[in-house]
Design a protein around this ligand. Sequence first.
Ligand code: NAD
Length: 248
Amino acid sequence: MSAAQTAVVTGGGAGLGEAIARRLHEHGYGVAIADVDGYAADAVAGQLDGSGHTAKGYGVDVRARAALEDLLSRVLTDFGGVHVLVNNAARTRATPLLEITTDELDDVLAVNVGGTFQACQIFGAHFAEQGYGRIVNMASLAGQNGGTATGGHYASSKGAILSATKVFARELAPRGVTVNAVSPGPQDSPMVRSIVGEENLESFASTIPVGQLGDPAFVGDTVALLASPAAASVTGACWDVNGGLYLR
Ligand SMILES: NC(=O)c1ccc[n+]([C@@H]2O[C@H](COP(=O)([O-])OP(=O)(O)OC[C@H]3O[C@@H](n4cnc5c(N)ncnc54)[C@H](O)[C@@H]3O)[C@@H](O)[C@H]2O)c1
């Protein structure tokens, strides 16, 4: 593998994760795309670099600590190092609050909170050991305002990710590792299109102060900025990309 720095993007097989992986690759990173849908991860990696030198897919379920440990060691073998982790994998559900079952609650929390937290531990330890690293956690507007189109379990999980971002940022700051969050409002992504419905998109967009859905490629640029070596003094932050839906 030949890129100067390597980034791992969880949930990079679709949606915003794919856009983030594409942008990081354009910015010169080797990209390890880890997704529970290993075929989707391979497909995105294949589009970025058919030779597999600077992009590679991995079938990984972020709920499993052993799978994340295995991912770290495989990426180190394949790319020779790792410098950036983007915790993007998530389960997005819009079930009405009082109808959320225990199984669905456990599932959303296990992927969104458990996956992010454990990956921060495993990759954070490696980054701390090497004295450099960048972690970017995908939070959500829902974690800040309680959610609108999405469910209460999803919103709660995203709030937990914002707290975890601060906890890991404080712990890892003296070791050359920054940990930040990006908090998108509704983006023009397959997930938003399916939750809102194609026929409602225009009226939905008109409820956003800037009058349009966000652009996933810009979320990718935001992640790339936080992932860059130059972003050394930003840590424990949450950068909002919400079209003015939530001002603070
Ligand atoms: N789309 C939006 O407008 C929006 C808004 C706010 C926040 N976000 C956040 O951005 C991130 C991406 O959102 P999206 O809309 O692209 O989601 P998506 O559902 O389209 O894609 C999520 C990806 O994560 C993968 N994934 C799910 N469970 C996994 C697991 N256990 N292990 C590994 N991979 C798993 C899926 O296979 C999929 O490829 C999420 O963290 C989401 O909360 C998105």
